[in-house]
Design a protein around this ligand. Structure first.
Ligand code: SAH
Length: 371
């Protein structure tokens, strides 16, 4: 059990926040109150199935237990600072995570699915050149309650629409906060909690090889990898962690992951940067890397933000790039930007990081797995 599952108490009132607590920890919590283990399931049903957060309303618990719970525990959602709605239906919440920090969560409705994009860290230490979050530096890892709280909050806000997909593509590098992200992913696919299929929960990573290997064993949800370049020289520049985990070792880890996924593909994200990584030759090199592998490519038109220093590739270059992949047998899609009028599109999430530690790329930090 992750250590921080025990330290979700609110410093103000000493109550334990049960939101996001892993099932085993919740069982232990009730045992400490001399209650039977099935209480954990009852609470999970109320919170995750019925989205009821008030103990007083949990009518299959005895009145005395409900009263006891409200003195020792709570179910606390992140505080919403503001909400914006895009003309295309996308909604974005700015959430207060204390200490002057705020993170963002984005809801993206589509005709056949409704996707929630969640943040895993306040800021990010990986420093990818083209990403607004990376430009801000890193403040801290979000707790389990802060990550899962985004899903509970959004599912209440968008009801009766049901969230069908959750993607860890908001602020932060999820696998650098492994200890807190994995318990959340497990609750998302747990039938007693959200019960989403593994295919509908996607962890997007910059490419932390040891954590990808570990994830395959512990929680094999869908994997997306931010590749963005077909050779080490270019990737070293765009995604600096490539100097630690170069493309060959990253792809090796991906193919091992795909074997565990049993016939499912790894998605490779590729941001289209004008004149940087978007030539037909780049596409041919990318196809060579992925050919015959369980891979698909998602081309992401670059979303600009102030001071980024990059431009999005033209529609023609994106189309030509896609054609080269397609003609070489690589399945590729082009991501349609959503919510860019409210700066909710990929790479535009900046939240508010006042007290960043300015920790950028540091091997120690990236290897620390969520400490
Ligand atoms: N840290 C994770 C999640 C990042 S956000 C990761 O690196 O995968 C999800 C995707 O958006 C990543 O592929 C990221 O590289 C991409 N992205 C970042 N900035 C972007 C921008 N300005 N425009 C388009 N995509 C961007």
């Amino acid at each position: 059990m992750p250590a921080n599952a025990l330290t979700l108490s609110n410093p103000d009132d000493g109550k334990r926040n049960l939101l996001g607590m892993p099932e085993e920890a919740l069982v232990g919590f009730f045992e400490d109150l001399d209650q039977k283990p099935f209480r954990a399931r009852q609470i999970m049903r109320w919170v995750y199935k019925r989205r009821v957060l008030d103990f007083a309303a949990m009518t299959d618990l005895s009145k005395s237990l409900r009263e006891q719970l409200s003195t020792v525990a709570d179910l606390r959602l992140p505080d919403v600072i503001s909400e914006e709605r895009s003309a295309d239906g996308t909604r974005k919440w700015l959430l207060d995570v204390g200490g002057g920090q705020a993170v963002e969560t984005v809801f993206i409705p589509e005709p056949r699915r409704a996707t929630l994009c969640i943040s895993s860290q306040a800021g990010c230490a990986l420093d990818c050149d083209f990403c607004a979050t990376g430009k801000q530096g890193f403040n801290r890892n979000l707790s389990i309650a802060e990550i899962l709280g985004q899903v509970v909050l959004a599912s209440i806000e968008v009801a009766p629409t049901e969230i069908s997909n959750v993607v860890f593509m908001g602020m932060g590098e999820p696998l650098a906060n492994y200890a807190n992200v994995v318990p959340v992913a497990k609750l998302l696919i747990n039938d007693r909690a959200f019960g989403l299929s593994r295919r509908r929960v996607t962890i997007s990573t910059v490419g932390l090889v040891p954590q990808i290997t570990r994830l395959a064993e512990e929680c094999n949800v869908a994997l997306a990898v931010s590749l963005h370049a077909p050779n080490d020289e270019l990737r070293d520049r765009l995604v600096p962690i490539n100097r630690v985990h170069p493309i060959a070792s990253l792809l090796d880890a991906c193919w091992r992951y795909a074997r565990v996924l049993a016939s499912r593909q790894v998605t490779f994200e590729y941001v289209m940067l004008d004149g940087v990584n978007d030539s037909p030759a780049h596409a041919a090199d990318l196809a060579r890397l992925l050919r015959g592998r369980p891979a698909k490519v998602n081309l992401i038109p670059f979303n600009s933000f102030p001071g980024s220093g990059f431009r999005c590739s033209s529609a023609e270059s994106i189309e030509a790039f896609w054609q080269v992949l397609q003609s070489r047998g690589i399945v590729a899609t082009i991501r349609r930007p959503r919510g860019d009028d409210i700066a909710a599109a990929c790479g535009q999430l900046a939240g508010r990081i006042d007290d960043r530690r300015k920790v950028r790329l540091s091997h120690k930090l990236v290897g620390a797995e969520g400490e």
